[in-house]
Design a protein around this ligand. Structure first.
Ligand code: SF4
Length: 371
């Protein structure tokens, strides 16, 4: 029991019983996921730290159901931290294709390199050391330290924040900084003395499967006897709904430029959004003549230009709209750009919107005649 700000931290009943009930439920009900270990013989066995590291990177901003198949493919291709450190970045990005937020893949490989050089190839165990790795923040460090090494490290992700807010009937927005700090303090306070990784995993699992954003399943919740929001009948009001805000829209033109069975592509800069991925010729849209802008950009006359449609893509803070055109040219060298067949294109890492453009290009190939 303790106090922080204007909230009294009281787990109704006892904190010990709360932890015991939560872990007992986790043992019975947890989802069978490939980065978790089979506990049938020994409930205290810990998972492979590298598997935890890869899964935590993939799970940021991405649903579990999406991650599972990516995780299998990734571990099959890069079974060890060393194999990831020795991998070509383009191969790593190619395997990440479609998961989005590609900086996670680049950081994962960069972190593997750092572990090889600074930690003798062994993933560090403490939050302080883990925080020195590229792309590892407070949540990921806590998750690896507790889940893979059993350390007393709290974690707060979206699921944990929602569960803790409801258990303590915290009505404030968990996205606000002061509330977030309060939740980190609370997440540390409620840690039990054993099975720390399981306790953290159980909190996340409860948030993902029972204490869900809308319509929390309070009647079957293993810790409803400890929940202030349930007792007060306000679970659905916590956390307060996000104020809908339309993110800025960026408009782009993307050109499927083809010469016979070859398509003109370019690699994006090494920094920024979709860094180092490949794309069809893409530029900011304006009110001008798309064909003229393209001709100027590639230095070739174009013919048979027509619009094919639009591809939209929404990220957390930005929306994109790509107007896609196709046109034909005679194949010539184009500085900073490369001609590829569609089979070759399929081996290059592309962002999700460019994958959709590639599908449009595949549909064109059906009626390709040499020009
Ligand atoms: Fe969430 Fe309801 Fe369980 Fe409370 S009782 S933790 S609100 S599911």
């Amino acid at each position: 029991m303790g106090a922080c700000g204007r909230y009294n931290f009281v787990v109704i009943g006892s904190a010990k019983t709360f932890g015991q009930r939560l872990i007992a439920w986790y043992d019975r009900s947890r989802r069978d996921l490939p980065w978790r270990v089979d506990r049938t013989a020994d409930p205290t066995v810990l998972p492979d730290p590298y598997h935890v590291f890869v899964s935590e990177a993939m799970l940021q901003q991405t649903q579990v159901a999406t991650v599972v198949s990516y995780f299998h493919r990734f571990i099959e291709r890069f079974p060890t931290l060393r194999s990831l450190a020795e991998a070509d970045e383009q191969d790593v990005l190619r395997l990440w294709q479609g998961l989005g937020y590609y900086s996670r893949a680049r950081n994962l490989r960069a972190a593997a390199l750092r572990v090889m050089s600074d930690f003798d190839g062994e993933l560090p165990r403490t939050v302080v050391e883990l925080l020195t790795l590229p792309g590892v923040g407070r949540y990921t460090a806590g998750a690896i330290s507790s889940i893979a090494f059993g350390n007393r490290s709290p974690i707060v992700d979206g699921n944990v924040a929602r569960v803790v807010c409801r258990i303590d009937k915290i009505m404030a927005d968990p996205r606000e900084r002061t509330t977030a700090e309060l939740l980190w303090a609370r997440a540390e306070q409620i840690l039990p003395h054993e099975r720390l990784g399981d306790f953290n995993s159980a909190l996340m699992e409860l948030g993902a499967t029972v204490c869900i954003p809308r319509l929390p399943q309070c009647l079957i919740c293993p810790v409803n006897a400890h929940c202030e929001a349930f007792a007060a009948g306000v679970a659905q009001q916590i956390p307060p709904p996000k104020v809908a805000k339309l993110s800025p829209l960026e408009k782009r033109w993307t050109f499927i430029v083809r010469a016979g069975d070859r398509f003109l592509v370019e690699q994006r800069p090494a920094t920024g959004r979709w860094a180092s991925l490949w794309q069809f010729v893409t530029m900011p849209a304006d009110d001008g003549d798309a064909a003229a802008r393209l001709q100027k950009a590639i230095g070739l006359p174009v013919s048979a230009m027509r619009a094919m449609g639009e591809v939209t893509h929404a990220l957390t803070h930005r929306r994109y709209e790509f107007t896609v055109f196709t046109c034909e040219v005679h194949q010539s060298d184009v500085p900073s750009r490369t001609w590829v067949t569609l089979a070759e294109l399929d081996c290059l890492p592309l962002s999700r919107p460019q994958l959709k453009v590639a599908q449009m290009a595949h549909s064109l190939q059906v009626d390709i005649t040499p020009i």
